[in-house]
Design a binder for this molecule. Structure first.
Ligand SMILES: *Cc1c(COP(=O)(O)O)cnc(C)c1O
Length: 497
């Protein structure tokens, strides 16, 4: 199987090349030239298997230039016993009949990004041995909070790699900030930027395609790669958990094999929900993909109107990992739905960067309507959803998951669709203690982050992940804040070039 660019169909690279490059030099994203198909027999064989074994089978369909041994090495390293706080890696929690929460935050940093970022360093180093001998890989990350920490944790002390993370100075939760600024490891760096996530992401994208930097990198035997969800190596591990969740739904009797499910995803950069789209295209019976946004509802409007328009106010919400107005991975969906029309996709993306908007064709919009439903939820509704779920179901969820649960509740009320649903839960509630605590508690005594953690525990009895509790009192290592126009210099300084 080969990969091509969403902006230039003449590009043809292997999975290894797609993963090591991160982004195509024309600015497009790598996509598979065909989506592998699985049938009921394939799913039936997966059902009795562990997450690791399921992952090997699914990944081998996409990473065709990796040997079985290489895939086994990568997957076993990423998901081995002890790394995730559940033997099932990504367990389903039954909230109600036909409503299952897919807990994707059982990994080392307590957010769903671990599902991909524990695997990516293995994929990347294995791939680069094939494509880039004797080159050191520099991972640049723009983060709205969770990617940064998960990438740092995944890449720390991985030989032949360096990692630099940029985060918006006021755009992450105190716990997220502390997780990043206290990161250990010899090859890691973290810098705040004065700007929002979109500024960080645009800055990183510009560095990737900067010709001067490219030259300087070549001279120094360095190569960039990306750990953002624009990297195919980030997306492909996410397809696995939707396939696996479907198997679990059959295994636990929620559905019979072949029956459809709905999938609800709290969405920012459109990566997680795009992985669900790939799972559906592979042959997992999915009826509707339900895209949930917070007050930054550019995707809700797009999926309902066919016009993407980022010219609007940007809100800092209680679900900061979804505070995004440019959802990069949408480009991949548009490529597939437009019949792989690279010229068209390039035009839309140019229009997005010059006018902040574009409108898709009627043909593409008709397909979007058939595949997706969408909704959004402000901070007030997020808060009341956390309270409602906690009081009625004794389940404590984080703010991002609450956005999905709220949008799903409204979807069900409006459509009457009771197809069994898998709702992606993307973070542990203690990552956002202040917001979660204020939702479930009338009066809060705590004044700092860790007192809030204690108070939330007293209220909910939900275990506090050790990796968050241990941050208490830890001194930050990385305190630098830079202007968004200075990111290039920060990269040079970090690398000493
Ligand atoms: C990254 C993130 C999201 C958004 O995921 P996308 O793949 O960017 O759509 C949602 N919730 C949490 C907690 C996240 O960290």
């Amino acid at each position: 199987m080969y990969y091509t660019s969403t902006r230039d169909k003449s590009v043809r690279v292997t999975a290894s090349e797609a993963i090591t490059k991160g982004i195509s030099s024309d600015g497009g994203l790598f996509v598979p030239t065909e989506i592998p198909k699985i049938n009921e027999d394939f799913i039936k064989e997966l059902i009795p298997l562990s997450y690791i074994e399921r992952a090997k089978r699914v990944l081998s369909l996409y990473l065709t230039d990796f040997s079985d041994e290489e895939i086994a090495y990568c997957v076993e390293g990423a998901y081995r016993q002890g790394k995730f706080s559940s033997d099932k890696v990504a367990p389903l929690y039954k909230l109600a009949d036909g409503e299952y929460v897919l807990e994707l935050w059982r990994g080392p940093t307590c957010a769903f990004k671990d599902m991909a970022l524990q695997l990516l360093p293995y994929l990347l180093t294995t791939a680069s041995e094939k494509t880039l001998k004797d080159t050191e890989i520099v991972i640049l990350v723009a983060t709205s909070g969770d990617t940064g920490k998960a990438a740092l944790e995944g890449f720390k002390d991985v030989p032949n790699t360096k990692i630099l993370v940029f985060y918006p100075v006021d755009g992450v939760s105190p716990m997220q900030k502390l997780q990043m600024t206290t990161q250990e490891g010899k090859n890691v760096s973290v810098c705040a930027i004065e700007g929002n996530f979109d500024d960080a992401q645009s800055g990183v994208k510009a560095i990737f395609t900067d010709k001067d930097i490219e030259k300087k990198f070549k001279e120094n035997n360095l190569a960039f790669s990306s750990a953002n969800s624009i990297n195919w190596g980030r997306l492909v591990p996410q397809i696995v958990y939707y396939v696996s969740a479907y198997c679990d739904m059959v295994e636990n009797g929620a559905i019979a094999l072949g029956e459809e499910i709905n999938i609800v995803v709290p969405t920012g950069n459109f990566g997680n929900i795009l992985a669900a789209y790939y799972a559906k295209k592979m042959g997992i019976p999915v009826k509707t993909l339900i895209c949930a946004s917070n007050a930054n509802n550019v995707l809700t409007d797009f999926l309902k109107s066919g016009t993407y328009d980022k010219n609007r106010d940007f809100y800092c919400t209680t679900s900061p990992s979804m505070d995004i107005l440019i959802s990069s991975n949408l480009e991949r969906l548009l490529f597939h739905l437009s019949g792989e029309n690279d010229v068209q996709v390039k035009e839309w993306m140019q229009s997005l960067s010059s006018n902040g908007k574009y409108t898709v064709t009627d043909e593409v919009f008709a397909q979007i309507k058939a595949l997706f439903d969408a909704g959004c939820c402000d901070d007030i509704a997020t808060k009341s959803t956390i309270a409602e779920i906690f009081n009625s179901k004794k389940y404590l969820c984080d703010t991002h998951t609450a956005v999905a649960l709220n949008v799903y509740k409204n979807y069900k009320a409006q459509t009457g669709d009771s197809t069994p649903a898998v709702i992606a839960s993307t973070a542990n509630p203690y990552k956002f203690s202040a917001s979660v605590l204020s939702a479930v508690s009338e009066e809060i005594k705590a004044e700092n982050e860790f007192d809030m953690v204690d108070e939330l525990f007293a209220k909910s009895n939900e275990p506090v992940p050790a990796q968050l509790a241990s941050l208490k009192g830890k001194e930050p290592r990385f305190k630098q804040v830079c202007n968004k126009n200075n990111m290039k210099q920060v990269v040079f300084d970090m690398l000493g070039i």
